[in-house]
Design a protein around this ligand. Structure first.
Ligand code: B4P
Length: 190
């Protein structure tokens, strides 16, 4: 099983990914968490990624693809995994396709989490991570619009996309995600 979460910053990808992975017994792979760990450990990747994250820009595709490729080369769990925040650009999505093709694996479902912009800004300002300043948040939202949202059509055309509202309580969103997964009663693919 391979599930992908796509959504603007603050839409709750990390929050929901953690819960879903626990429920399904699959591995949670968050490129944001991996990059922050690299920054904390001051690795070469971390030193290069830090400025991009601080400005709210995407870390260059090549670096992120290499980082994810290394993990997916050794399947992290027999049950599968959830990619949280990857891919975030068309070149990343194409690189993932190539990687999966070489492993003869496929994508189970791509879940889009949709939340209005004012609510996103409110959530992120409340979180107070170092890249959660108003200026950076506005840039991240723009980057999502320009570079990540084209992926929605990319996956919609392949019949893989399900869109779920990320507003409401964490439990309400969790129930909607559960219903949007294959094999669920309200299987409602876009
Ligand atoms: P990420 O770590 O992926 O972070 P995010 O998109 O900001 O957050 P997420 O959507 O996971 O929100 P969360 O659950 O935490 O990316 C950070 C940066 O890393 C990017 O800007 C980029 O620079 C870099 N990066 C990562 N992946 C990359 C890639 N593939 N390519 C290039 N660069 C990459 O929720 C946010 C807040 O909302 C939390 O405080 C949470 O408690 C709250 N919340 C969640 N659900 C809620 C709900 N239902 N109601 C109210 N609040 C809720």
């Amino acid at each position: 099983m391979l599930i992908i979460f796509i959504g603007p910053p603050g839409s709750g990808k990390g929050t929901q990914a953690e819960r879903l992975c626990q429920r399904l017994g699959i591995t949670h792979l968050s490129t944001g968490d991996m990059l922050r760990a690299a920054i904390a450990a001051e690795t070469a990747l971390g030193l290069e990624a830090a400025d991009y994250i601080q400005r709210g820009e995407l870390v260059p595709d090549q670096l992120v693809v290499e980082m994810v490729g290394q993990v997916l080369d050794q399947p992290p769990s027999a049950n599968g995994c959830l990619l949280d925040g990857f891919p975030r650009s068309l070149p990343q999505a194409e690189a993932l396709d190539r990687l999966l093709e070489s492993q003869q694996a496929g994508i189970t479902r791509v879940l889009e989490l949709e939340v209005d912009q004012p609510e996103l800004i409110e959530r992120l300002l409340a979180r107070q991570r170092t890249d959660d300043t108003l200026e950076t948040i506005e840039n991240r939202l723009q980057v999502f619009q320009n570079q990540t949202s084209p992926l929605l059509d990319y996956y919609r055309q392949r019949g893989l996309l399900a869109t779920v509202s990320g507003s409401g309580t964490v439990e309400q969103v969790e129930d909607r995600i559960q219903a949007a997964l294959p094999g669920q009663q309200n299987d409602d693919q876009d």
